[in-house]
Design a protein around this ligand. Structure first.
Ligand code: BV8
Ligand code: ZN
Length: 243
């Protein structure tokens, strides 16, 4: 990685308030497939068939098969140097917030403390009837599907396309984006809203927006700095330069 611009390093050393938005790209080096691009889920599957409320209504078994497979992958793999570098960056910063679109929980596992999960967590299940949340398996299983004690089906604890994000989590994310001085957008294709609006808002409010991605995205023209490459290599180097 080429040396980041000195104004970024000066900002990070000078107690700037930092906000970070991450996407599937940061977990790619852990071995979890991304959604878009080569090797991404949407190359072989349609989001409409797996990640919408309508898909779950039509074929809950298929949707659960996909989420159970992804849960297995999350259990089999682990956070990578990119996740650990962000946990270290948090420890240097007075004000730091990490907003993630990822559902894998790897930031928390790497030691990040202030993490908001915009799209939920894949290890959680939520009852589609009464809304009861649980971490592990359900009490009742019928034909291989998990049911709540209220007799409705459990669903994965994530936010699907066409569903509203948690209003409280989203409001806090917008406040963070509005008020930060440095905003990092890391490993996200910047096409899924409302998450993709966060770096744009930070830019409009005068933040220094740093994008880390191995490819250009719709955000790139507006980024103050585009660090092209792998998050698991760039972030540890960046953190080393700050010290
Ligand atoms: C909502 C479920 C309203 C969890 C996911 C038309 C125009 C604009 C918007 C819309 C539209 N039609 C519909 C919409 C809204 C829609 C949307 O934005 N659609 C887009 C795609 C057009 N959004 C929604 O539906 C949202 N809800 O709007 O609600 C509402 C309000 C009130 C009442 C009712 C409704 C909900 C969105 C949530 C969708 N959930 N998944 C799961 O199963 O995981 S989305 C899915 O995409 C992922 O979960 C992820 O969270 C999200 C974003 O993807 P990325 O993380 O960015 O990953 P991606 O694969 O795309 O990119 C990876 C990047 O990493 C690439 O750029 C690559 O180059 C880079 N990379 C790879 N390796 C590396 C790397 N970079 C660095 N290092 C590496 N090693
Ligand atoms: Zn229930």
């Amino acid at each position: 990685m080429k040396r980041p611009r000195s104004n970024l390093l000066a900002r990070l050393r000078g107690d700037a308030s930092v906000a970070v938005l991450t996407g599937a790209g940061i977990s790619a080096e852990s071995g979890l497939p991304t959604f878009r691009g080569a090797g991404g889920w949407w190359k072989n599957y349609r989001a409409e068939d797996l990640a919408t409320p309508e898909a779950f209504q039509k074929n809950p078994r298929l949707v659960w098969e996909w989420y159970n497979h992804r849960r297995d992958l999350v259990r089999q793999h682990a956070p990578n140097p990119g996740h650990f570098a962000l946990a270290r960056l948090e420890s240097f910063c007075k004000t730091f917030a990490l907003i993630t679109q990822n559902v894998d929980g790897y930031h928390q596992r790497a030691g990040s403390a202030n993490v908001s999960e915009l799209h939920g967590n894949i290890m959680k299940s939520r009852c589609s009837g009464c809304g009861h949340e649980c971490e592990a398996g359900a009490e009742n299983w019928k034909d291989g599907l998990p049911y709540c004690s209220c007799n409705a089906l459990y669903r994965p604890g994530v936010v699907w396309f066409g569903e509203a994000l948690s209003a409280a989590v989203l409001r806090d994310a917008f406040i963070t984006a509005e008020n930060c001085q440095v905003f990092f957008a890391i490993g996200t294709s910047s096409v899924v809203y409302p998450a993709a609006a966060l770096p744009q808002l930070a830019h409009e409010r005068g933040a220094y927006v740093v994008e880390i991605n191995d490819e250009a995205t719709p955000l790139t023209p507006r980024a103050s700095e585009f660090l092209q490459g792998r998050a698991g290599e760039i972030l540890p180097t960046l953190v080393k330069f700050i010290q």
